[in-house]
Design a protein around this ligand. Structure first.
Ligand code: TGC
Ligand code: FAD
Length: 391
């Protein structure tokens, strides 16, 4: 459709996509353009999550894109999943966060580590957006180093007793369920499904964020919460279980960051052709062209990196370190482009009339969550040297 912004495709990457990939991308793009872009600035200014978008996210397949259809998922491949994340984050990183958490941090562990009964009970409701989930790994004293977590549970015979607290949890204030990582009496990490309404479970909201303002963030507090035994995810334990979910979410973020960068680039490019100073469009000045030329170069490199990573994931060959490289590179690329694009707009760049400043502020969270910029560098460092900076 001519009225829709087409993504920059400098190296004809569309030739690498299937018809299904393009259909999925168009559906997501049209929905974002119609439902997200017109309202998101207002919700970000009000620091409110637009809950009315949940059903639309479900309809474009953003809740469990790669989860099998028998559980309500869309049954798509990894590249379709990535393209959906890209299009959503073109609108706003906070909305993509909700989709990332629901798909990769809530549905994925239930699908991979849960029982058939757990899959049947939770996945269809999560795929349809009837239920929203959140993922509790980070604690006040254990962010980059989740192995040290204090949240723990005891076996009380017919139930578990959960105590502790999680912090910085996306979707927490309104989630129906939380996938929570906690240690048992032996110090082994397990995943537990905690449901809203369980006595002793509360989710206070975190206020005064300058970033991801249209996403709801909160704490998870467990004060002697009785967890039915059937709510433990039995098929995987140890830190590798939550880190396995992060692989999937980080991969989606690598694509999402490209979407935010595309929106900043497109806005700056248009503005540079329309805005005149010294009697000519500012895009005619070499300094502005340098900014724009570097933006499209970095977007194109990120697209190639991420498409290849998607192929490797479809083949089951992508390593965690490869995912770290893409998450780190692409978020850094996007935040750099946001900062440059904002300058192209001069004073207008700081207003809510344009999306750039919102993207820039959002990306300050994206570069921190799911493993900070530093942590991903150290993961690459470990991978190439074999020497572990964390031990
Ligand atoms: P380490 O000893 O290296 O590993 C422990 C076990 O885990 C295995 N493993 C992985 N498995 C799957 N995927 C990965 N990416 C894995 N990385 C490691 C590893 O093989 C080992 O298995 P086993 O069987 O030998 O026990 O662990 P470490 O304690 O040294 O930590 C390593 C480090 C620092 C890389 C890790 O802790 C880390 O990634 N830290 C960053 C924490 C983080 O990313 N937190 C994210 C919280 S969730 C979030 O931010 C959601 S934002 C949502 C949104 O709004 O979008
Ligand atoms: P710290 O770990 O304290 O790090 C502080 C600084 O020290 C960073 O610059 C870091 O890179 C650096 N550092 C740490 N260790 C090393 C090292 N070994 N070498 C060099 N430098 C190091 N978590 C969840 O579990 N679920 C969620 O849904 C979720 N959503 C989030 C939403 C938002 C908006 C934000 C901001 C965070 C969210 N998080 C979530 C938490 C996020 O994953 C953590 O903030 C992140 O992992 C970093 O932990 P920290 O904030 O405790 O920082």
């Amino acid at each position: 459709r001519p009225d829709l912004f087409e993504s920059p495709d400098y190296y004809n990457l569309d030739e690498l996509l299937t018809e299904e990939h393009k259909l999925v991308r168009t559906a997501a793009r049209e929905w974002v353009k119609r439902e997200v872009s017109p309202i998101i600035e207002d919700y970000a200014q009000k620091a409110t999550f637009p809950k009315q978008l949940l059903m639309g996210l479900a309809n474009i397949g953003a809740f469990g894109p790669y989860i099998p259809e028998e559980y309500g998922g869309a049954g798509l491949d990894q590249i379709s999943y990535g393209l959906i994340m890209q299009e959503i984050e073109r609108g706003d990183s906070g909305i993509r966060s909700t989709a990332s958490v629901q798909s990769s941090l809530v549905m994925y562990p239930i699908w991979k580590y849960g029982t058939e009964a757990q899959c049947k009970k939770y996945l269809p409701k999560l795929a349809s957006g009837e239920w929203i989930g959140c993922f509790g790994l980070t604690e006040p004293d254990y962010g980059s180093n989740p192995a040290g977590m204090m949240t723990h549970f005891e076996d009380k015979g017919d139930h578990y007793l959960l105590n502790g607290a999680k912090m910085w949890i996306s979707n927490a204030p309104f989630a129906n369920i939380a996938v929570v990582w906690a240690k048992n009496e032996e110090g082994r990490i397990h995943g537990l499904i905690v449901e809203r309404g369980m006595t002793g479970f509360s989710t206070p909201e975190t206020h005064n964020k300058w970033s991801l303002r249209a996403s709801a963030t909160g704490e998870l507090i467990f004060d002697n919460v009785k967890i039915p035994k059937e709510n433990l995810l039995p098929k995987k334990s140890g830190l590798g279980a939550p880190l396995g979910c992060l692989d999937s979410a980080r991969y989606g973020i690598a694509w999402g960051a490209i979407g935010a960068a595309m929106d900043c680039y497109d806005t700056a490019l248009r503005y540079s052709k329309e805005r005149e100073q010294f009697g000519k469009p500012i895009g005619q000045f070499q300094l502005q062209q340098k900014k724009l030329a570097e933006m499209i170069t970095e977007i194109t490199k990120a697209q190639l990196l991420t498409w290849r990573l998607g192929v490797l994931r479809n083949e089951g060959k992508a390593t965690s370190a490869q995912i770290s490289m893409a998450k780190r590179n692409n978020v850094d690329m996007a935040i750099t482009i946001a900062r440059e694009a904002r300058q192209v707009l001069g004073g207008m760049g700081i207003t809510g009339e344009y999306s750039i400043m919102r993207h820039m502020m959002n990306l300050e969270s994206v570069i921190t969550y799911e493993g900070t910029h530093d942590i991903h560098l150290l993961i690459t460092g470990l991978d190439v040297t074999g020497l572990n900076a964390f031990k």
